[in-house]
Design a protein around this ligand. Sequence first.
Ligand SMILES: NCCC[C@H](NC(=O)CCC(=O)O)C(=O)O
Ligand SMILES: NC(=O)OP(=O)(O)O
Length: 320
Amino acid sequence: MTNFLSVKDAGNINELISSANNFRINPFSQQSLGRGKRIGLIFLNPSLRTRLSTQIAAQNLGMEPVVFNASQDGWSLEFEEGAIMNGTSVEHIKDAAPILGRYFDILGVRTFPSLKNKEEDYNEYVLNQFVKYSGIPVVSLESATVHPLQSLTDVITINDYLPLQTKMKPKVVLTWAPHVKPLPQCVANSFCEWINAWDKCDFTITHPAGYELDKNFTKGAHVTNSQAQALKDADFVYVKNWSSYRDYGKIEDNDVNWMLTKEKLSPSNNAKIMHCLPVRRNVELSDEVLDSPNSIVTEQASNRVWAAQSVLAQILKDLP
Ligand SMILES: NCCC[C@H](NC(=O)CCC(=O)O)C(=O)O
Ligand SMILES: NC(=O)OP(=O)(O)O
């Protein structure tokens, strides 16, 4: 593995899951793999889980992680080719990224979408420039359109429960939830493309009209505007808000009735509840759901370490 930017870089998903499961049993089994190697973790946006789990994963592999909160502590970066830099941006990515490439063996980058320029966001304008100019393997720590370390974690978490399932394929539902802010589509896009590629689940997406996701990510999934219909017999319910893809970055209609409650889950198959976190309690999901034994969000977040470790191990093995 060279880069880890989306499901396309994952190779065999089941092998990544199995490697993650091995690290969960024995976190320090491959300490020599990363010895003498350094990973730079560059954050252009806030993070709790990704920042900490990736540091822990790197340390478990014997690597040294260096975290840089670029948006707070670094010079303001310019990404536009040919820009006349007489404004607020101080340093061009063409100058900064090659230096990161000399300091580190692997680079992790978190960069959210602008939610203003759909074309730039969906072309991964920022992340791709880190890839182009750093010259070293790049791991997405969540980008404009996808969050592959989160999605790998999500399939690892679902996989843990597969032996308990009686159906050939468990019913996995991604439900839109209300929010106070317009959020990226990336966690939802990414979950869709990983669940589709993994192909072990019967997958339904439900959202109010106007929140259709980009078909490049969802194709193959059942899509319905009826949350009640989607939740019926569900084995896993993944809750997430996203802003409109069509009317890009806008809140079409923040229907509070879409908040997930215990009552709505009663026709489900005692569904496990998932969310990438952070979550707005009693806006996206009720306390009752989040605090119930069906919620596996803490377990899910704890799997972030093993997902990151399996990816970093694969990249380390393939370093030139
Ligand atoms: N990294 C996990 C999710 C990040 C982001 N959530 C947020 O920005 C939440 C912000 C808030 O709740 O104010 C998202 O949905 O893509
Ligand atoms: N789920 C997730 O990526 O969390 P952070 O934004 O805290 O890293």
